[in-house]
Ligand binder design. Sequence first.
Ligand SMILES: [Zn+2]
Length: 252
Amino acid sequence: MENLLVMSYIFTFFLFIGSFLNVLGFRMLDGTSVWNPRHSHCPSCGTQLTWRDLIPVLSWLFLRGKCRNCHQPISWLYPLGELMTAVLLTFVVWHGGWTLETFVNLVLFVIVITGTITDLRAKLIPNALTFPGMAILLVLRLFVHPEPLWDYLLGFVVGGGVLTLLALIPNGMGGGDVKLFALLGLGLGWKLVLLALFFSCVWGTVVGLPLKVSGRLKARQAIPFGPFILLGTLTSWAYGERLWDLYRNLYL
Ligand SMILES: [Zn+2]
């Protein structure tokens, strides 16, 4: 019960982190600084938002997805980004426990979530996210590495390398996806990054195929791969080791 209370505090805190990641993602896309201008504005009329407009999820629901001033619709990607962040990061803490490794994993997922937000918004995972993300994870991994350090460095090479090969296929992965997987290798190690790639494709098929078959998605319409990378990474991170062992026992 106490645990539930702590988790609900953490969840609320992560909702605000999600709100920040929305801003971070959108500002990375249009190249403006995250800190300046300090206050958020309505994208349509420029009205400065007050604290009442900035309560995660609730403000959007209360205003029925419209600006208080100009009544132009506000994207549902805002509350989605906040909820997604809170749910995933709370799961990471719940599943990983209070360890330094969990902190590193939170940083990793913050980066992937931000990439998912920009990918949903603009079908783009910007270098302004992936390059600093790689540097941060490399520094963290120098100090925190449950597996030997080379395991994560190899993950960087494997994640980036396999994806580079896939990117050469027409209609293959984009450059942002390649850099994101190199980064994921640094965070997950070589085994789990390969599984993350595998699960990303599985999720992409499970969700994307029905959309295509039902005609909701036109044949050549590309869907952003970011959300599936996020789901695949989460699946690999949480259950990869167990599935890897299961597979080995069955077939090797
Ligand atoms: Zn407005």
